[in-house]
Design a protein around this ligand. Structure first.
Ligand code: ZN
Length: 422
């Protein structure tokens, strides 16, 4: 309110202690940015802490003093940002809840020891959540439900709702003619029933108090073009052209929605593979889906993150993910260098591309594939990711982590003094 009225406590007041001598010209913008950065910082903390922030914020809007001292305490120049490391983890038994409580306990206590405070738990059925929440809580690891979103090779759903599944540029459903592998059965993100189905899945997860957030994986179209290493594996054209059998989605819903918008039928477009309006339609349909899920998750006071392809350009080109535009709290690009036919050093370039394109909008965490890294290389990958501006790393998978890896990961972290140790 002081700002709006143009009156202030004065340059020498407590409010501006430690700030530049002259009164900042864009003070309201500065404060808004501070608030945004505080909110981002707090987003990763437990829900209670977030609620406390909102409480403090609402008090602060009434009392400038409370607000200002709170804001300044959060941007102290001496305060180093805390490094956040994550792990994708999964049950190792034959069923979703096959692991014993002791096995989970051992995994979480190890993660904690290895400076990994955040776990993304592969969640196929809700029973695993109920089993794991108390153990994660006991060990002090923040738990998020990692879900496979659009790749949904479920026999019952395919039988009951065949129209929910994507159709390729030749008019073939992925149920009858899946691309690449037999379980490449994908839901269509344009179909409103699919959107509701996913939102319901997410809402059910958000009902668990012990969960801090939801993590979206396979939130994309089937691969239009494969990464170099995968291309070699399948009997497909070895080029970067868009072939109609791998180009999705041409289902009735997509066709009629696009027709409504543009007056054109995508199935008969002469430039089907390159038509800009048709490409944008698919970027936007995924963006809208993620944004709806974000609103659903945030209504419950939880956090939304997503695993995406390595760089903004590769993501758009290969799987129609325009993730720079998505509403997310965190983004975790899968920097799996071997799939790209690249050395470990490529991680730095790829991470930097994402970090620079995001321009501070949200934190980016580099996804590192342990099976593609020797222990020494994990040290290098960690160091390069942090150097390129990642806010931490995500291990695929935490189950494969061990002392040997940790020895080098620790070295990679300590090469970056800008992060505090804990
Ligand atoms: Zn469709």
């Amino acid at each position: 309110m002081h700002i709006e009225q143009g009156v202030y406590e004065g340059e020498d007041s407590y409010f501006w202690d430690g700030m530049p001598n002259s009164f900042p010209k864009n003070v309201d913008g500065t404060i808004l940015n501070i608030l945004k950065s505080i909110e981002r910082e707090l987003n990763i903390q437990r829900v209670m802490k977030k609620r406390e922030f909102l409480k403090v914020f609402s008090v602060a809007t009434v009392g400038a003093f409370t607000f200002s001292s709170f804001a300044l305490s959060c941007i102290s120049p001496d305060r180093k940002p805390r490094l956040k490391n994550w792990a994708w983890i999964h049950p190792t038994g034959s069923s979703d809840s096959a692991n014993s409580k002791n096995e989970w306990k051992k995994l979480f206590s190890n993660l904690k020891k290895w400076n990994i405070d955040y776990a993304l738990l592969l969640t196929q059925t809700n029973s695993i959540i109920e089993q794991v929440i108390p153990v994660a809580k006991q060990e002090g690891v923040e738990l998020h439900a990692w879900i496979i979103a659009l790749n949904w090779p479920d026999k019952n759903t395919m039988k009951e709702h065949p129209q929910w599944y994507v159709v390729n540029g030749k008019g073939e459903s992925c149920i009858d003619k899946p691309a690449y592998v037999n379980d490449y059965n994908w839901l269509c993100p344009t179909n409103p029933e699919v959107v509701e189905f996913l939102k319901k899945r997410v809402e059910e997860l958000c009902a668990y108090d012990g969960l801090a957030g939801v993590h979206l994986d396979y939130i994309r179209y089937p691969d239009v073009v494969l990464a170099p290493e995968h291309k070699a594996k399948y009997d497909i054209p070895q080029d970067d052209l868009v072939h109609p059998q791998f180009d999705y989605c041409y289902c009735e819903v997509c066709r009629s929605k696009f027709k409504e918008l543009s007056g054109m039928d995508p199935l008969t477009l002469p430039d089907q593979a390159t038509n800009e309006a048709w490409l944008n339609f698919r970027f936007d349909t995924l963006t809208n889906l993620v944004n709806e899920i974000y609103d659903t998750v945030h209504k419950s006071g939880k956090i939304l993150s997503a695993a995406v392809f390595p760089t903004p350009d590769l993501s758009k080109f290969r799987v129609r993910q325009d993730w720079l535009k998505w509403k997310l709290d965190y983004v975790m690009p899968m920097m799996y260098h071997r799939y790209e036919g690249q050395p470990v050093e490529w991680l730095e370039t790829a991470t930097r591309e994402g970090v620079e394109a995001l321009a501070g909008k949200i934190p980016l965490f580099s996804g590192l594939h342990l099976a593609q890294l020797k222990p020494q290389e994990l040290g290098l990958a960690t160091s390069l990711s942090l150097k390129a501006g990642a806010s931490g790393i995500v291990l695929f998978t935490g189950n494969a982590m061990n002392e040997e890896y940790w020895k080098y990961m620790k070295e990679g972290i300590s090469s970056h003094k800008k992060y505090s140790e804990s």
